[in-house]
Design a protein around this ligand. Structure first.
Ligand code: C2E
Ligand code: MG
Ligand code: MG
Ligand code: MG
Length: 274
């Protein structure tokens, strides 16, 4: 990603460079061996239905436990992985691990983020179905998180793929909703199960409860309800935000206020949990 703050002015021309590439050039080698070495791990963060006071889903978030560099967040290594086909293999591992964990927990719903290359790969559907088959997790317990930009790479293909997942009974939701090139037309054309409204809208709420961000959240609540989409608010950090969101009609929330992503997280309200 090109950040404006990384621009160096040289005479008349402005030279940009990729900050993540620069800072983490040394990670590329170790990263390419991380999967075989078992250095990846999943952390889970619950999605909470505040009206029913229960956990409805857990999002799997990838971490890299590097012996040399310590625990790494996706922000540091995902841009590197996404530049190569390695992300497809790592993504398949995430799918298998997340399904395995959710099955062990007694069939709790689990959400898995997909990357662009993974979404474009021909065997995504068979990888997904394989992860479900091997784990015994019911398809309805798997939720795939995609972004608007990912769908727009190849809208025709995305529409077919989403229809196939719908037929398989696998849920697909739109992550970071409101930050991409949101075309509302896509909501009508693509068979989605839900929307995750980006945390930038949530963080703006407390400062300006009657501002434009609140208006957008209110509109998305109405839109989701009328289109039968499940709405989730991400990045909920305070009780104040919970109350404001509840008043706007949001029921399902995810964020540090409820729980940080954790390797130790286990659903407590699912019967048969060890
Ligand atoms: P995302 O899918 O939008 O995930 C939510 C991010 O927000 C996570 O960051 C999570 O830790 C963070 N978060 C959760 N609650 C709060 C909160 O209350 N406040 C704040 N400030 N942040 C909160 P994380 O784990 O660093 O992941 C960043 C992004 O990396 C994810 O954004 C997702 O796009 C990507 N990612 C993570 N795991 C995977 C994966 O397995 N595969 C792929 N393709 N992408 C992944
Ligand atoms: Mg996500
Ligand atoms: Mg998100
Ligand atoms: Mg986000």
């Amino acid at each position: 990603e090109l950040a404006l703050s990384d621009a160096k002015t040289q005479g008349e021309s402005v030279v940009f460079f990729d900050a993540s590439l620069h800072l983490h050039a040394g990670l590329e080698g170790p990263l390419s061996r991380a999967l075989q070495r078992g250095e990846f791990e999943l952390h889970f963060q619950p999605l909470v239905d505040v009206s029913g006071r229960r956990v409805v889903c857990a999002e799997a978030l990838l971490r890299w436990n590097s012996p040399e560099h310590g625990l790494q967040m996706p922000g540091t290594f995902m841009p590197i992985l996404e530049r190569s086909d390695a992300i497809v293999e790592v993504g398949a591992w995430v799918l298998r691990e997340a399904c395995r964990a959710a099955a062990l927990w007694g069939g709790v719903r689990v959400a898995v983020n997909l990357s662009a290359r993974q979404f474009a790969s021909r065997d995504l559907r068979s990888v997904v179905l394989g992860a479900l088959r091997d784990s015994g997790l019911p398809p309805a317990c798997l939720e795939l998180e995609i972004t608007e930009s990912l769908m727009m790479q190849s809208p025709e293909r995305a529409a077919r793929l989403l229809a196939a997942f719908q037929e398989d009974g696998v849920r697909v939701v739109l992550d970071d909703f409101g930050t991409g090139y949101s075309s509302l037309g896509y909501l009508a054309r693509f068979p989605l199960s839900g929307l995750k409204i980006d945390r930038s809208f949530v963080s703006a709420l407390e400062e300006k409860p009657d501002g434009h961000d609140a208006a957008i959240v209110r509109a998305v609540v109405g839109l989701s309800r009328d289109m039968g989409l499940e709405l989730v608010a991400e990045g909920v950090e305070s009780l104040g935000q919970v109350e404001l969101l509840e008043n706007l009609g949001v029921r399902i929330m995810q964020g540090y206020y409820f729980a940080r992503p954790s390797a130790q997280w286990r659903p407590l309200n699912v019967p048969g949990v060890r």
